[in-house]
Design a protein around this ligand. Structure first.
Ligand SMILES: [Zn+2]
Length: 470
């Protein structure tokens, strides 16, 4: 049983044993949760003396940087960064297809003379980009909602299709304060993987919401981190839905911060959950946002036909299961920096690394063997390159380490004679100059990348031909 809420406290901590305490009385050992309390409840500012480590990594690995010719918070992706983003979007697409979602693509700008869009512009005030075309004024979208609502308004939806899920990876625009944008933490243009679920009523919306909530945590686990959760709602919703909140808590068994100070009937949603990743500066990075929306179906004239042939407004879930891909990459790089702090060699998941194997021929006479290995690896869906530059082997090895290349193999006279390769695995003493067959190397990679999306390399195979972008 949940205890009675402590009166007049807008912030409460729901502990894994289902009891409530005031934030100042929270004595759990989760430093990440404490970081969330510090920001949300105690408004402690973070003394940022150093830059977040992902800034250095994104340049060192030649992934992404600010675009000088655009506005603040607009990024350029170099080929390796573009590959990682494309792989992440493939991954997210798979995750929502698994849930039965229908992917769509819609416009990036919407007419602000349309009533609910005008209201959105008023609500977000100076945080929207406005632009004119002919004699009409448009707003650049902040997420995928308008496009999907517009499609749903025109769709014929029967109760048999519910819960109905639409998905789009939407380029999204928010005019954040220029001083607050930076790196991958906050941008003015980003890519939001936005899922909307039409449900017949609040009860079924709660069931779907719980499933997606569990899924969002599972996706984060696959990348190696946990979230802290903040739940926003008005007090009356909480009082009527304690069992539901308890179900959310049980799904994850970590403390949750509840904010019950949301004004009644102010927002279109009745519950809004943020899942935050805590970065190396102890900043909560809002990474997943989920809401149950009871207002927009009516506002956008979205209906379904029930069993009796009657038209009804559905309840809509908004779920950005991986938030924006830029933030997701932020978390991946910050997580790599955390590994480094723990004394490990930083790395990225093998399936995401732009180059998975580097072949290091010692001299020109070893090149044909290097090419032979390369073609076999390429045919087996491995991303590889050959360091064919006229430099010493030591320098080649040093550069491979600097670029976080996870596996490299040296090709010299001995290897030309042999049908085995000497392979080194980054950060694994057991695999330093270990002799394996090419098939074993391929198997090693496939085992670690199985069920994950694959794309071929976005950069030239020969290092000597590759330009430097950063
Ligand atoms: Zn939405």
């Amino acid at each position: 049983m949940i205890q009675k809420p402590i009166p007049h406290a807008d912030y409460l901590v729901l502990l894994p044993n289902n009891s409530l305490v005031l934030p100042e009385n929270y004595s759990g050992d989760s430093k990440d949760f404490q970081a969330l309390l510090n920001r949300e409840v105690f408004h402690k500012s973070i003394d940022v003396k150093e830059a977040p480590p992902h800034l250095k990594i994104m340049k060192q690995l030649e992934l992404v940087d600010h675009e000088d010719l655009s506005d603040h918070g607009h990024l350029r992706l170099y080929p390796k960064g573009a590959l990682i983003m494309d792989l992440l979007s493939d991954y997210l697409l798979e995750a929502v297809l698994e849930e039965g979602a229908y992917p769509i693509k819609d416009s990036s700008m919407y007419d602000i003379s349309v009533e609910p869009i005008r209201r959105h512009v008023e609500l977000f005030g100076d945080r929207v980009y406005l632009l004119k075309a002919d004699d009409r004024e448009f707003v650049l979208r902040y997420a995928a909602c308008f496009g999907q609502f517009s499609i749903l308004k025109n769709a014929l939806v029967s109760y048999r299709s519910l819960p109905l899920k639409l998905f789009e990876l939407a380029d999204s625009y928010r005019l954040e304060q220029s001083g607050e944008v930076g790196g991958l933490f906050r941008q003015r243009r980003f890519h939001m993987g936005d899922l909307h679920v039409l449900c017949r009523d609040l009860q079924s919306a709660k069931q779907e919401f719980l499933k997606l909530y569990i899924k969002a945590h599972r996706l984060a686990h696959e990348f190696g981190w946990n979230y802290v959760a903040m739940v926003n709602m008005c007090r009356s919703f909480y009082d009527r839905n304690k069992d539901f909140i308890s179900d959310l808590l049980q799904a994850y068994s970590k403390p949750m911060l509840l904010y019950l100070g949301v004004p009644e009937d102010k927002y279109y949603w009745v519950i809004n959950i943020d899942l935050d990743y805590i970065d190396n500066l102890r900043r909560p990075v809002e990474s997943v946002g989920m809401q149950i929306d009871v207002g927009n179906a009516e506002r956008f004239d979205i209906q379904f036909v029930d069993e009796n042939g009657k038209e009804k407004h559905p309840v809509i879930i908004h779920a950005a299961l991986m938030g924006s891909l830029e933030r997701w990459l932020n978390n991946i790089l910050e997580n790599a920096a955390k590994q480094q702090k723990q004394g490990k060699l930083p790395s990225l998941p093998l399936w995401l690394l732009p180059i998975q194997v580097r072949i290091l021929p010692i001299a020109d006479r070893h090149m044909s063997k290097a090419l032979e290995i390369a073609h076999k690896l390429k045919d087996s869906e491995v991303r590889l390159d050959i360091d064919d530059r006229p430099i010493s082997l030591q320098r080649k090895i040093r550069d491979a380490r600097k670029e976080w290349i996870p596996l490299y193999t040296v090709v010299g006279d001995q290897e030309v004679q042999s049908d085995r390769l000497s392979v080194s695995v980054r950060g694994d003493k057991e695999y330093e100059n270990k002799w394996v067959s090419l098939d074993e190397l391929i198997q090693f990679i496939q085992l670690r990348c199985c069920n994950k999306p694959f794309r071929r390399s976005y950069v030239s195979m020969m290092l000597s031909r590759r330009p430097r972008f950063a």
